[in-house]
Structure formats: C-alpha cells, structure tokens
Design a protein around this ligand. Structure first.
Ligand code: SF4
Ligand code: SF4
Length: 388
C-alpha cells in the first residue's frame, strides 16, 4: 500500500456509454496506467463492494465487468489479481458469493479468492496508525501488507454513513470485531482513523450504476454511467460528491477527513461531466441511528456466550422481526414455485407452509422481483424508509 498521500493527485472521470470494460481500461490509462500502480507488487488485492447479495444492476455491488477489466490490467503487469471481501455482518459470506455468482466469475477470469477468517486469528496483522482519535488499533489481512490494494467501491448513499465511497469501502477487509469497534466508537471518526492506516494504491469508484435515497442496498438505482479513478481516496470521494450534487460538508466522515487530513489537491483529467444527477441523501433519524448503533456494544457480551461466528445482529435478523425481508401472502399466492426457482439458495422458501426461513434468507429480494402474482411483499425498514 502507498505510505503517503500524493501531494497532487490525478483524478480521472470517464463515462461508460461505450461499455464498462472499455471505460475501465480508459480510466486506468488516464491516471497513468496500471504499471504505475502495481510497481514491484506480485499480488494486487481487488476490494469490491459485495456488501450483500444484491446484483450490480441494482447499484448495490461492484460490477463484474469492472472487476474483470481491472484483473486483466493487473495480469498484464505481471501481478496476480486476488479478490478479498467480507460482506456486511448480518450477511453470510458464502451465501452472498453464491447469490452474486462470485466463485464462478473468479474461476472464469483467473482471479484467486482469499477467504480470511472474519472472526480474527492468524490471518490478520494489527495496525496502530499515528494521529488517530478513536480507532487506536485494527487489523487487516496479513497478505494485504505486501500487496497492491485496488479499492473498487460503488457510488451510493448509505443509511448510516450518508454516503459510502472510497474511504469507507476498506471496512470490508477488516475482521468483524474491528468493524464492531468502528460502529461502537463512532463510525464517522473511525472511517477517518482507518484511512490513516489503509491507503489504497488505486481507487476506482463504480458509478456505472449507483444508488441514492436509502442505500446501500434498497435505495433508488441511479444510472450514472460514470467511473472515477484516483490514488487518494479522500480526493476521489470529494470529486464523486460533486458529480452527484452533494456538499461534502453534509457527509460527516468527509467533513472530519477534511478537518483532520487536510484539503487534498488534484488535477482532473478525462471528461468534464458536471452534475450527473442530484442525489437524495438518506433521511437520518436519531432514533434509528441509536437503535442501529446499540446492536454493536451489545454484541460484546453476546459474543462471550454465543457460538464463535454468531453476532447479535445476525441473530436478530434471523428472527424475521428486524431488517428488510420478503413475506408471502397466502391469499394471493398460487404456489407456482417461481420464487423457489428464483431463489439462489436451497430450502429458503417453504412452498407448503408459504414461509421464508429468515435464518438462511439473505434478503436479496430476487423472489420478490420474480413473483408474477405480486404475492411477495417486502417488510421492514431500510434506514428510515418503511417498506409496504
Ligand atoms: S412466485 Fe409468487 S405466486 Fe408463485 S409460489 Fe412464489 S409467492 Fe406464490
Ligand atoms: S428467499 Fe428471496 S430474499 Fe431470501 S434469499 Fe431467497 S430469493 Fe433472496
């Protein structure tokens, strides 16, 4: 990883009208080429945003086409592309990978997947960056230290952090206990602290399809058709905010980053696109934020008594009482079985009882989208947005 931020970054903006693959190669060339990023590294870690099993077309996750093009560039420089990502705490990694088709995609495209143990252990090395305010120590996968880190987030809103862009995305390579610390200690300050220790060599923000409103999973799909690349995550994030008409001062972690890390300097290359779409930010209600926050400090005593790998939020979501979830209406359902075929996971929907098993359901909503009778409704909240 880069030891320091560049004095003046080069930030490239390109549209994806001619395809995401072409645009990816173009944006990499505009920032100086992949060789300048890889340098002597043998391995390049591709860190997408696979927060949950919601396809890139919904604006929730990073496009496979972008990943494929980045992997090709890495390989052309003589390094090995490796994928490392742990989804959100409330989701299961293997189930998320199954829904998205990550295993097949990586096999087909020569990308090795590294599955670090999300609960900690030998796979990790501790960082204690200087200058942090709250997150005094955290761990990253040991192998990432020697590798080149390529950060591939999505341009979207987030009901907890307002926006999730380049600075927040590396949270997905932290063990779950460190992510819990970040939420408990205050997510906005901890994102800034994390960025004192994790400095990606390249960030390409996937705005081919983004999301506004109640992102990062169930917000409104935003067809931005843009990629933004640069070396300094803060500078890249500030440019992205300009593209979607968002004041950086309204994003708490960016505001703190500007105060504590200083105003970055950059030169724009590529296309001058102005404001592509004015984003609607998620409504932030203090009560929702408090309830969401509370799950994390309470997780400490919970994990003392729970089986290894179980967390309070996973258990709460599996009850079906919290979180966004599908529900089948007996009166409207014709038992055609289309939803069972649409569900990428086995035995989640019981057609006899017309029940969804919430302990294995990953809330991808593919069943909801497939039902021809509109017999499946979505229950629960996403941020302050109530479904139904
Ligand atoms: S797809 Fe809809 S109508 Fe068909 S079984 Fe599922 S819920 Fe019932
Ligand atoms: S039941 Fe529906 S929401 Fe749950 S995993 Fe299956 S398709 Fe996705």
């Amino acid at each position: 990883m880069l030891a320091t931020r560049p004095d003046t970054d080069t930030i490239a903006i390109t549209r994806t009208f001619d395809g995401i693959e072409e645009a990816t190669h173009r944006v990499i060339s505009q920032i100086g080429g992949m060789a300048s990023v890889i340098r002597e590294a043998k391995v390049a870690v591709l860190k997408p945003n696979f927060v949950a099993g919601r396809a890139a077309e919904t604006g929730s996750t990073t496009s496979f086409v972008l990943l494929k093009a980045v992997a090709e560039e890495v390989r052309a420089c003589g390094a090995e592309p490796v994928l490392c990502e742990i989804p959100g705490t409330e989701f299961d990694r293997e189930a998320t990978y199954t829904i998205l088709g990550v295993e097949k995609f990586c096999t087909d495209n020569g990308i090795r997947i590294v599955r670090v143990d999300p609960e900690g252990g030998e796979d990790w090395v501790e960082l204690r960056p200087a200058g942090v305010k709250r997150l005094r120590r955290f761990r990253i996968p040991r192998f990432v230290q020697e590798a080149c880190l390529i950060n591939l987030p999505v341009l979207k809103t987030h009901v907890v952090s307002t926006m999730t862009l380049g600075m927040k995305n590396p949270m997905g390579i932290l063990p779950l206990s460190d992510r819990r610390s970040m939420h408990t200690l205050g997510i906005d300050q901890c994102i800034v602290d994390m960025n004192r220790g994790i400095k990606p060599d390249l960030t390409i923000i996937d705005g081919s399809v983004g999301q506004d409103g109640e992102g990062p999973l169930y917000g409104n799909k935003a067809d931005l058709q843009v990629l933004v690349a640069g070396h300094d995550s803060l500078a890249v994030d500030l440019v992205c905010c300009q593209l979607v008409g968002v004041e950086s001062s309204s994003i708490p972690h960016l505001k703190l980053a500007l105060e504590q890390l200083g105003q970055p300097s950059w030169t724009l290359v590529g296309e001058d696109v102005g404001v592509i779409k004015k984003f609607r930010l998620p409504e932030q209600k203090a009560l929702y934020r408090f309830i969401f926050w509370l799950m994390y400090p309470l997780d400490y005593p919970y994990t003392w008594v729970a089986e290894r790998g179980k967390h309070l939020c996973t258990t709460l979501y599996s009850t079906g009482l919290v979180g966004t979830r599908p529900q089948i209406s007996e009166g409207t359902c014709t038992r055609c079985g289309i939803c069972v075929k649409a569900c990428p996971l086995p035995n989640v929907i019981d057609l006899k009882l017309l029940k969804v098993n919430y302990s294995t359901c990953q809330r991808c909503l593919l069943c909801y989208e497939a039902c021809p009778e509109k017999a499946i409704s979505v229950k629960g909240f996403s941020g302050t947005m109530r479904f139904d």
